[in-house]
Write a protein that binds this ligand. Structure first.
Ligand code: 0XW
Ligand code: MG
Length: 369
């Protein structure tokens, strides 16, 4: 099988309710890029990359499209089923750009699955479950509203809660997290996710103020060096998210005791090929992790859910997908990947198990052949 053409599509995914807010950035619509890899055997594979605006990670949508355009001409003629070799070529052509590489890498896994008749979760070693747990990030609000939201989420079947913190006076974060903790049933994991919004002093103060609450701090500070200063000084486990840009950083974070868990994102580490390695390293070291992405439509959701289902259950935290937060996705011919009762069904068809409805999509923004 050979790659004959690569097409790139663009969609806008408006945020339900108009705004998604974190400590240091907010977005109202997400600009997503879908890659279609066409082959000489008449089948196509699809992948997607959808950064959370341009202020969340170094990657941004227009940059991703430029990066895909830089790499695509060099991939024509390769066998897409040989995912490591395709990756090697992408790395030879362009440094970094993990989120652009994700769209291409996932499309290759989709093709490998379609070519073999196997769903991606089987290619990744097999799924432990046919539906994965999801979780919800409660945006900054009053303690009363946050607690009410947490109660509603419990009634909806969610069993893991993030409270977004940072970007406001620390005592407000403490009050909110405390109010949410009070209404959560025992055993429901609670994370205070500052999305890099605190300095070291704030992270230490928050942890001291919440010492009696079982929770984890998710990406409290910005840099690895700041997180190094938290080791042995905070009362809570730390989950790293935005810092873990690649496999080497994941290894450092584990080895140096900087992270007791990860909020892991597909397009940050560079696709299923890289995330599979991260999954296996975490398993070897006994480190729990979520399997998420920054945003995206059904293709991204399918890719993360396939991978999430293959994480050893005692180390699997949950998979966040953007569907409950997105006004409208892009047309597909298969049922949408949706979160119901706080869980997401793992797609069963070959490859990603998602078929885009190309007849109802806009024309590609670029075609490479
Ligand atoms: C809750 N998320 C997975 C969605 C957004 O991408 C941010 C994020 C996080 O944990 O930071
Ligand atoms: Mg996070």
């Amino acid at each position: 099988m050979r790659i004959t053409e690569i097409r790139m599509y663009q969609h806008d995914l408006p945020v339900k309710g108009g705004l998604y807010q974190m400590s240091t950035s907010q977005v109202s619509a997400l600009d997503t890029t879908v890659v279609e890899i066409r082959t000489d055997e008449g089948i196509s594979g699809f992948g997607e990359t959808c950064p959370l605006g341009s202020g969340y990670q170094p990657q941004f949508a227009a940059g991703d499209r430029a990066a895909i355009g830089e790499m695509a001409p060099h991939l024509i003629g390769l066998d897409p089923r040989l995912t490591n070799l395709v990756y090697h070529r992408m790395d030879a052509v362009l440094m970094g750009s993990s989120s652009a590489k994700t769209a291409i890498d996932v499309a290759c896994w989709d093709l490998l699955g379609k070519a073999t008749g196997m769903p991606v979760h089987d290619l990744l070693g097999g799924a432990y479950t046919d539906r994965v747990l999801s979780y919800w990030g409660i945006m900054p609000d009053t303690p009363e509203a946050s607690a009410a939201k947490a109660e509603a989420l419990m009634a909806d079947g969610y069993r893991r809660i993030q409270v977004k913190t940072g970007g406001r006076p620390l005592h407000e974060d403490v009050a909110c997290v405390r109010a949410v903790a009070e209404v959560l049933p025992p055993g429901v994991p609670l994370l205070a996710d500052a999305n890099r919004g605190w300095n070291v002093r704030e992270a230490l103060e928050f942890s001291i103020a919440c010492r009696d609450i079982p929770l984890a701090l998710e990406q409290p500070c910005s840099t690895l060096e700041e997180h190094r200063q938290l080791v042995g000084r905070v009362s809570h486990p730390v989950f790293l998210d935005e810092s873990t840009a690649d496999i080497a950083t994941v290894i450092t974070a584990i080895t140096d005791g900087l992270a007791q868990g990860f909020g892991m994102k597909l397009s940050r580490v560079g696709g299923l090929t890289k995330l599979r390695a991260v999954r296996d390293i975490c398993e070897a070291k006994g480190i729990p992790s979520t399997i998420d992405d920054t945003w995206g439509g059904d293709l991204t959701a399918a890719a993360t859910v396939h991978m999430g289902a293959t994480v050893r259950p005692d180390l699997y935290e949950a998979t966040w997908i953007s569907q409950p937060y997105t006004e409208r996705g892009y047309p597909t011919l298969t049922p949408e990947v949706v979160c119901e009762d706080g869980h997401i069904a793992v797609p069963t068809g070959p490859g990603l198990g998602i078929e885009p409805d190309l007849a109802n999509w806009p024309d590609p923004v670029a075609v490479f052949n």
